[in-house]
Ligand binder design. Structure first.
Ligand code: XUL
Length: 512
């Protein structure tokens, strides 16, 4: 029977997952890590080096090389590629790719004898792509705010945000008008890769499109006034908005054993895909995804926006909307705290919590090694209410894990109260982090037995586009593997610390 393939193009890697809905089993998978597998693109953590710490770009050709490689690895792993009946996918959100007028012709004539990067390079109007880690567009954000005020958030789901594609496009059009004029099409990472798979321009979905400050979520169409102000002629450079099947797979991919013409679902963002993969696409369960960035997201019962302006509203690929708050200093920051404290992961995940009491005697620290997104703070540096650098390793670890969990709770309040949190991402394996989340939120914390929830969600969306029910797949593929219960005795400790973390967010960096 039919298999379905999900591809996830995230910040640091490209993953592939193949599912078999009939047996409820994952039939195979493959992974390409940009830093180690594709060092020639000089993006060790998925990002090109740049003198300005606010600028974060990646090489879009690297994503194409990764697509070739991940499919080649999947084929070599022995998965029966001929059984794959549809392909879905997702990309890191907000990243934008700039193509010239040759793009469509190049796509239509892809030659299986040649690799994707060589063939598509002549169609790039801009050699690099700004990604979600970029925070260099404050000036453009202020200009958008001055022009549209509260309407921006009320209609697009977010106020003007540095990493969102709209402000990024505005900056590019202002700084490089000639290259902008040569740009015929602007894609997101998701719609760019989907276009390559179908051999023509693919639509942008409302899950990822909402991360641009350009999509009117009330009409689910590009907002003409905002687009025209963002950059001249932008409406003509945006692909259509769409969902469901984008088109049939291009024959180029037959070299990987895939059947040409099988449906390719419109790609979405990694967080909307993860909402599906974690089985949280219906209301009631919130997801905490602990990856390069930490994100908190949940399906929304109705369209509403964050009064504090930090959180976002995106389309939910299963229908309706989802909320999301993104914390940039996630796993990379935890790893740096661990390294600077000179401890291993067992210490970070367990020992530190055995040696310190819940609440850490009021010692909290936010590890903002890079500019933070939630709340938006451009000056990096650890925020601590005690001498962080001199404290014992276990105190530093608990201070960071508790402050991060409290910040999640503080910024998720507008979304609702949740009795159940579902944790995913690498750091969700940490017992210390899971118990802290359970205690801080006084919620049941469930881990699901899936490592790559975005890739899985994309595979489920591929199957859904082919008529398989999402509810049925959720029962099969997103089972709860482990539960961590809240300890009621700690509720008051964290209720007391919630105002303290809000205070901490307003402090200057330590040593400043
Ligand atoms: C969400 C965000 C990040 C990226 C990471 O708004 O910026 O979670 O999607 O891939």
């Amino acid at each position: 029977m039919a298999y379905y393939l999900g591809l996830d193009s995230s910040t640091q890697s490209m993953k592939a997952v193949v599912i078999d809905p009939e047996t409820g089993c994952v039939a195979g998978g493959a992974n390409v890590t940009f830093g180690t597998d594709l060092p020639q693109y000089r993006c060790p953590d998925g990002v090109l080096a740049h003198a300005d710490p606010l600028v974060k770009h990646a090489d879009p050709l690297m994503w194409l090389a990764a697509l070739d490689k991940v499919l080649e690895r999947l084929l070599k792993s022995g998965v029966d590629m001929g059984r794959i009946a549809a392909v879905g996918g997702d990309g890191q959100q907000h990243g934008s790719v700039y193509l010239n007028s040759r793009f469509e012709a190049v796509l239509a004539s892809l030659d299986p004898e040649r690799a994707l990067p060589d063939q598509i390079a002549p169609a790039l109007a801009r050699p690099s792509s700004p990604i979600w880690m970029d925070s260099s567009t404050s000036c453009e954000c202020r200009e958008l705010e001055a022009r549209f005020g509260a309407r921006l958030q009320a209609e697009t789901g977010s106020p003007a945000i540095e990493r969102f594609a709209g402000p990024q496009i505005r900056k590019f059009a202002k700084a490089e008008p000639e290259r902008y004029a040569q740009t015929a099409r602007i894609h997101l990472v998701s719609s760019f890769l989907c276009s390559v798979l179908i051999g023509r321009d693919a639509p942008i979905d409302s899950g990822d499109g909402a991360g641009m400050n350009l999509l009117n979520l009330r009409t689910l169409a590009w907002d003409e006034a905002i687009a025209s102000f963002t950059a001249p002629g932008l409406m003509d450079k945006l692909p259509p908005v769409g969902c469901g099947a984008a088109g049939g797979l291009h024959r180029y991919f037959a070299k990987y054993g895939l059947r040409p013409g099988i449906p390719v679902a419109v790609w979405t963002g990694d967080n909307p895909a993860s909402l599906v993969g974690t089985g949280a696409w219906g209301t009631g369960v919130a997801v905490v995804s602990l990856g390069t960035s930490d994100t908190f997201f949940a399906a929304l019962d109705a369209f509403r926006t964050d009064p504090a302006g930090c959180g976002h509203v995106f389309g939910n690929p299963a229908g309706g909307f989802m909320s999301l708050a993104c914390f940039k200093n996630g796993s990379l920051a935890r790893d740096r705290v661990r390294q600077e404290a000179g401890v291993d992961w067992t210490f970070f995940d367990r020992t530190a919590f055995e040696r310190t009491p819940p609440g850490n005697e009021g010692r909290l620290a936010l590890p903002w090694f890079v500019p933070e997104i939630t709340p938006p703070v451009l000056t990096s540096g650890v925020r601590a209410c005690f001498d962080f650098a001199q404290a014992a390793p276990e105190v530093r670890v608990r201070a960071v894990v508790e402050a991060q969990a409290l910040a999640l709770r503080a910024h998720a309040e507008w979304i609702g109260r949740f009795d159940t949190l579902r944790v995913t991402g690498g750091a969700s394996r940490s017992p210390g982090i899971r118990q802290t989340l359970a205690d801080v939120f006084q919620a049941r914390v469930e881990s699901i037995a899936v490592a790559d929830s975005a890739a899985l969600g994309s595979a489920m969306l591929a199957a859904h586009a082919d008529g398989v029910s999402l509810a049925e797949m959720t029962a099969h593929f997103s089972p709860v593997a482990d539960v961590c219960l809240p300890r009621a005795a700690n509720a008051a400790v964290y209720d007391r610390l919630l105002p303290a973390v809000r205070e901490l967010e307003r402090l200057p960096p330590a040593g400043a």
